[in-house]
Write a protein that binds this ligand. Sequence first.
Ligand SMILES: [Zn+2]
Length: 375
Amino acid sequence: MLSRAAAAAGEVVGGGRGAGMTHAWLFTGPPGSGREDAARAFAAALLCPDGGCGHCEQCHQVLIGSHPDLEAVRPQGLSYSVKQTRELILRAAGAPTQGRWRVILFEDADRATESAANALLKAIEEPPPRTVWLLCAPAPDDLMITIRSRCRLVTLTTPGTEAVAHVLATRDNVPWETARFAARAAQGHIARARALALDEEVRRRREAVLAIPRALTGVGECVAAAERLVKTAEEEAAAATAALNESETSELRKLYGEGSTGKGLNRGLVRGGAGALKELEDRQKSRATRIKRDSLDAALLELVSFYRDVLAMQLGAPVELANDDVRFDLDQLAKSSTPEETLRRIDAIMQCRERLAASVNPQIAVEAMMLSLRS
Ligand SMILES: [Zn+2]
């Protein structure tokens, strides 16, 4: 990856000493295709004196995220606020401290609010001469056309099962059979495949999701299944955010002198501290909501893959089954229902995803979905 990015960087940077450099790049690809990894490798290629050798101090700093000329940002909560974006644009305008470029890696650019996107547009319309923006989003259409048209597009595709399995086996030393299973189940999503291969808890959660279809035998079972799914997402979000919240909060308290003797603190500072703490809590709440939503969405996509497999069996489509390990369940459902019913079920899940994205109460949305999956 690094060498391909280096070639691309060489193509645009080479010779012209930066003249004609494209200042805004857009990396697109489905979830798991490695948008951020590709953008980061490209950043290394821009900042490394050797065009992205992958071994030097510069490359190393970029890859671990400590390079002073690279700023990688992601939304603090559900979306990029205009405030977060404006602060970033100010920082982006600074001159590079070491290399030729100051690189801003803007992850999940599709999560910018409209006003944040407008601020971003202004920044990439008139970029400081040494600043390069690397935006990442699932698809070009996820961004305003005015932003999109100013970016050079880098399109990534989903890698095949064999390729993902190969990465797991060679890079992470995963046994070949496990690597194949994880790659197949993750359907080309590398990070997901890696988690499935290495984390037993992730495998257990997947099994629980795939057990849902056969458990939906009555209304009570549907309600219970919905409750379990929502609760699991909540627990996941809580686990992911707890440690992070705690260290952020204690850091902020320290900054405002709390926990020290308090000598010399004036009332204004104490008031400022309370305001900042409230702001931090709001941000943390919004982040927890986002993680919970993402986790629920991942479970729903897992369910879609189950019914997609059922449909493939019903139609005799010559495709690889993502959930070959639960072939018995797939087979049962494929024989006892029609392709139309399967399509209707997939529709119900997609509708549930849309409702969740529109902030419908999760329990209500998931319950309605479970009932449609049953009948
Ligand atoms: Zn290097």
